[in-house]
Ligand binder design. Structure first.
Ligand code: M6R
Length: 365
């Protein structure tokens, strides 16, 4: 079933353009029809939403973190995101008009399900599951559902599930935003970007070979630091999670502005630093963060927009990404980080699809 691929994870990375295409199909024809993707009850519920609470685990939690930036920036809707195992065990205040959103590939993750089952407060106006499995418990127990169309994901490391979740979340942001007065012209702009997404993911996947050769620089290392700013911070977190999960190299992600507040002390020639640098308003700030790393002898690997003019120099490797519209950039920049962790793991000879100690679906606490 893996066909020409060595591992399921590799196959699933390359399936992303098709998986995203499927997730978009019949859903993004026009601003008016976006809401149909969430079920019949969506119009009545969305009208009552004042704030959003997202709950998820692992990679799905990272998708929620990206969605928070989008919700507040594009739709002006306040949003909180929390890992399910924390959320369910603390007393939290539920603001009036809260939409409760779970994100899960499997729809069977124990903590996420338990958090959903504990939403009795009348301040919740609805429960929405963003999920890849139609027949799952999460879908059955939620009144609103957005199904991602990633198809079965076999590799324990989540790849196409994540990028299709992000796709669904961006559709959610637009659909909710529209009820709150987001102009159709603004929505059309993002829809046009979404239509380019499969193609841009394809272009990013074409970096496979250069990333494979770059991965050799990581094989003997014990630690890696991932940096991003703004909406790319959760992308950096996801890159670090992928690397630790399948290559067993310790990896951490930081918002680049936090470097000086501690982690810079770790940086030396033994600590490769990976940065995601799209051509956004934070680029200049990121570039100065990268200089701080370089000044401490840290070897840098930068995935940068080809128009960002990040220069290669000694100790600085630059991989040019296609020019990507800002809103969808986190989805596209995820791909090279998936490829990087994949190739590092292959070189280290780990069990890529079935990493030690992990299960695909965490159905117990
Ligand atoms: O099925 P779910 O999306 O609820 O799973 C959540 C996490 O267990 C999952 O994303 C995990 O972090 C992945 N193995 C990461 O690659």
């Amino acid at each position: 079933e893996k066909g020409e691929y060595r591992h399921y994870m590799q196959k699933e990375i390359f399936e992303q353009p098709a998986a995203i295409q499927k997730t978009l199909e019949e859903r993004i024809d026009s601003p008016e029809t976006l809401i149909n993707a969430f079920g019949e009850k969506a119009p009545a519920i969305f009208d009552q939403v004042k704030t959003v609470q997202i709950v998820a685990c692992g990679t799905s939690y990272h998708a929620g973190m990206v969605a928070r930036y989008w919700l507040e920036d594009i739709a002006g809707i306040p949003c909180q995101v929390e890992v399910a195992s924390e959320f369910r065990y603390r007393n939290h205040v539920v603001p009036e008009g809260t939409l409760f959103v779970t994100i899960s590939q499997s729809g069977e993750t124990a903590d996420t399900l338990a958090a959903l089952r504990d939403t009795a407060s009348p301040n919740y106006v609805g429960r929405l599951a963003i999920c890849n499995v139609d027949s799952s418990s999460l879908v059955r127990e939620s009144e609103l559902v957005f199904l991602t169309k990633a198809g079965p994901e076999i590799g324990v490391a989540s790849t196409k599930a994540f990028t299709t979740q992000l796709t669904g979340l961006l559709i959610l942001v637009l659909a909710l935003g529209r009820r709150k007065g987001l102009a159709d012209s603004e929505i059309e702009k993002v829809l046009a970007e979404l239509r380019q997404l499969p193609n841009l993911i394809e272009q990013a996947s074409a970096l496979d070979k250069p990333i494979e050769s770059l991965s050799e620089a990581f094989v003997e290392k014990h630690h890696t630091l991932f940096l991003g700013r703004g909406v790319q911070y959760p992308v950096a977190l996801e890159g670090a999670l992928k690397l630790k999960e399948i290559s067993y190299i310790h990896a951490e992600a930081y918002p680049a502005g936090e470097l000086k507040h501690g982690p810079l002390a770790l940086v030396d020639s033994e600590m490769p630093v990976v940065a995601v640098a799209p051509n956004d308003e934070l680029l200049e700030k990121l570039k100065s963060n990268l200089q701080e790393v370089r000044a401490r002898g840290g070897e840098l690997f930068v995935f940068a927009d080809k128009n960002a003019h990040v220069k290669e120099s000694e100790g600085v490797r630059v991989l040019n990404m296609p020019a990507v519209p800002e809103t969808i950039a986190p989805i596209v920049y995820t791909v090279p980080l998936q490829l990087l962790s994949y190739h590092v793991a292959v070189l280290r000879g780990t069990d890529v699809d079935q990493p030690r100690n992990l299960a695909k679906s965490v159905t117990v606490e």
